[in-house]
Ligand binder design. Structure first.
Ligand code: F6R
Length: 613
């Protein structure tokens, strides 16, 4: 959730740190801070709120931080309110620490330290790390040994970077449960530690991801890695592909809008990796072998990725005749799930770092009964923890998504899952080749169709203007459009702060219809399909009770039903409707949020990668 960075080099690092924090701010924006060390002291700067408050604070100072070694943090509050005192880095006499994650046993450690006379200045769990290291340093331990002793007593999931007052060129980083990467720049004689390779992209592409339990000591020219048993280890450096990512918002007012408009390109790129456009065949190497004769599978994810799983369930059951069970990762991990022998488990996560999804995968890995359950990850980050811990991973090509509300990451997940469906239908012989080719063809057309929808985006602005007046909104859809209704409601809640709820259209009359009145608009997703007529009947039931309607459907259905507001969609094969109907619900949430003047890219209380439970 929080973004962390450490830099050690030859030039003053504070502007490098604040620039890096700009790229990390999407991970959390409750407060920001940095610390550098020089001349035997630690300089600390922290500010509540967004990063620009920290920058303004430093700009007002006559003496900006001089150190050539420093750490920085952008926070998403877990323990303790988002105040300046709770902002990171936390410091003691000898060390400063930035921390991402949660220290579960902090209360025990805090009371032990308090008994030794340590005075705490924040409400955070993180401060115990600082004082524990400091305690060991004061007992005469080296920075490495003090860190190792501290790591041994910490429980929870975390990544930390530590700065030492008396060692002004050295940083130590440790990873347990939350990602941490080392970057090396040979040109500038600098070394970095960060929670996120994106943050390092302008400095270097040469990255090494720490493995679970690893810790590393870095100086401008050198690094040494240790594993969880404190043994020196070698880890491979890779050239990360994220360098092109830092392209800013361009002509767009928000990252979210830019990312919505990137969808034709990134969905196209994702499809291209799986579809041979000449033969209309699907290539997903190894997927057939992994699934073998299995007729069931589990899909596990959180949030928007969970809605992608729900769409996939419908597609896999319909076209590949695989019986699918979907789970929220946060529920799955605590409810003793009954896994069938050898049943494949697919974990969907754009970041590949979501704590619950990762924990759910680890749970499946520990499941020792019967034949092993293969773990497959669908991620947008090939180097992510979920990908690295899986037996097999599939990568979407959305590129970095900076807007906190997921847009292009979701549609690329849907594109990849549609290809997976066809690959498994082919493997299992549930569809004739001609049908696979027709469906592959429908997928190949998706980027063009998305462009067509985006060209009419202005029509959505007018609808959004009216929607912004609502306090409650209902979304309805059936079949593969029901999860898209859920996604629409989530987007509106997230960025416009309007209460929205989604229902399977057929469920409406079993309760939610009681809410209908002239103040609560209903957004109906009704593409031409076997169930369109049913959804339109549900819509009529709402209209006859005075509920305002926003219909997203084909031109013919719109003409027949004459709702208050409508958005006409291209008519395509039903297989691709979930991807295409996502575009208007994203635009609707976006323009409603803009009408209300909310912070679209960094909505309140949220953060991008949910690396804590
Ligand atoms: C909503 C959103 C979240 C994420 C969820 C899972 O716009 O982005 O609901 O989908 O936090 O994240 P990943 O896919 O990274 O596991």
């Amino acid at each position: 959730m929080c973004g962390i960075i450490g830099i050690t080099g030859k030039r003053p690092v504070y502007t490098l740190i604040t620039d890096t924090l700009k790229r990390l701010e999407y991970r959390g924006y409750d407060s920001a801070g940095l610390a550098t060390t020089s001349q035997g002291r630690i300089d600390l700067w922290r500010a509540q709120g967004k990063l620009h408050n920290l920058e303004a604070l430093i700009a007002r100072s006559h003496e900006p931080p001089p150190g050539t070694c420093g750490i920085g943090h952008t926070r998403w509050a877990t323990h303790g309110r988002p105040t300046e005192n709770n902002a990171h880095p936390h410091i003691s006499d000898n060390v400063a620490v930035v921390h991402n994650g949660i220290i579960e046993n902090f209360r025990t450690l805090k009371s032990q330290l308090e008994k030794k006379g340590v005075h705490f200045t924040s409400e955070t769990d993180s401060e115990v790390i600082v004082h524990t290291i400091d305690h060991h340093l004061k007992q005469g331990d080296s920075p490495l040994r003090a860190t190792q002793k501290t790591l041994a007593c910490l429980e929870g999931a975390f990544a930390i970077v530590i700065l030492f007052r008396e060692h002004p060129t050295m940083l130590i980083g440790a990873r347990r449960g939350s990602p941490l990467a080392i970057g090396i720049s040979e040109d500038t004689e600098e070394m970095y530690l960060s929670s996120d390779a994106i943050a390092l992209a302008p400095f270097t592409q040469k990255i090494c991801y720490l493995e679970e339990g690893d810790h590393a000591v870095i100086t401008p020219h050198q690094f040494t890695l240790y594993n969880a048993n404190n043994k020196k280890v070698e880890r491979a450096f890779t050239l990360t592909a994220t360098s092109g990512a830092i392209s800013g918002k361009g002509e767009f007012p928000h990252y979210m809008l830019k990312e919505i408009y990137e969808q034709p390109a990134v969905v196209g790129e994702t499809l291209e990796t799986f579809i041979d456009s000449l033969k209309r065949t699907i290539t997903m190497p190894s997927i057939g072998t992994i699934f073998g004769q299995s007729t069931t599978c589990r899909l596990i994810a959180c949030g928007t990725s969970y809605y992608a799983a729900q769409v996939a369930r419908i597609l896999l059951e319909r076209y590949a005749h695989i019986s699918v069970h979907c789970d929220y990762a946060s529920e799955f991990r605590y409810r003793d799930p009954m896994l069938r022998d050898g049943q494949p488990c697919l974990f969907i996560s754009q970041s590949g770092e979501t704590a619950d999804t990762l924990a759910a995968m680890r749970l499946v890995r520990q499941h020792k009964k019967g034949k092993k359950n293969p773990c497959i990850a669908l991620v947008n980050v090939a180097e992510s923890s979920l990908a690295r811990e899986s037996d097999h991973f599939i990568v979407t090509h959305a590129g970095p998504e900076i807007g906190v509300a997921s847009t292009k990451a979701f549609t690329t997940q849907l594109a990849a899952l549609s290809c997976l469906t066809l690959a498994l239908a082919d493997h299992r012989g549930t569809l004739p080749q001609a049908t696979i080719q027709t469906l592959a063809n429908a997928l190949i057309e998706v980027p063009t169709r998305i462009n067509q929808i985006l060209k009419q985006a202005d029509a959505i602005k007018d609808i959004a203007h009216d929607l912004a007046k609502a306090h409650h909104v209902m979304y309805l859809g059936r079949d593969s459009l029901y999860p898209i209704a859920l996604e629409g409601a989530l987007k509106l809640k997230e960025i416009a702060y309007i209460h929205a709820h989604a229902h399977a259209a057929g469920e409406m009359k079993h309760g939610p219809i009681a809410l209908i009145d002239e103040t609560m608009p209903s957004i109906i997703l009704a593409p031409p399909s076997a169930v369109q007529v049913k959804t339109l009947s549900n819509m009529a039931e709402i209209a006859s009770r005075g509920g305002p309607i926003i219909l997203i459907s084909d031109a013919r259905a719109i003409k027949k039903s004459a709702p208050q507001h409508a958005f006409a969609m291209p008519e395509v094969h039903d297989f691709t409707n979930p991807i295409l109907y996502t575009i208007p619900i994203q635009l609707l949430a976006y323009h409603t949020a803009v009408s209300l003047g909310t912070d679209v890219d960094q909505p309140k209380n949220l953060a991008k990668a949910v690396t804590v439970e």
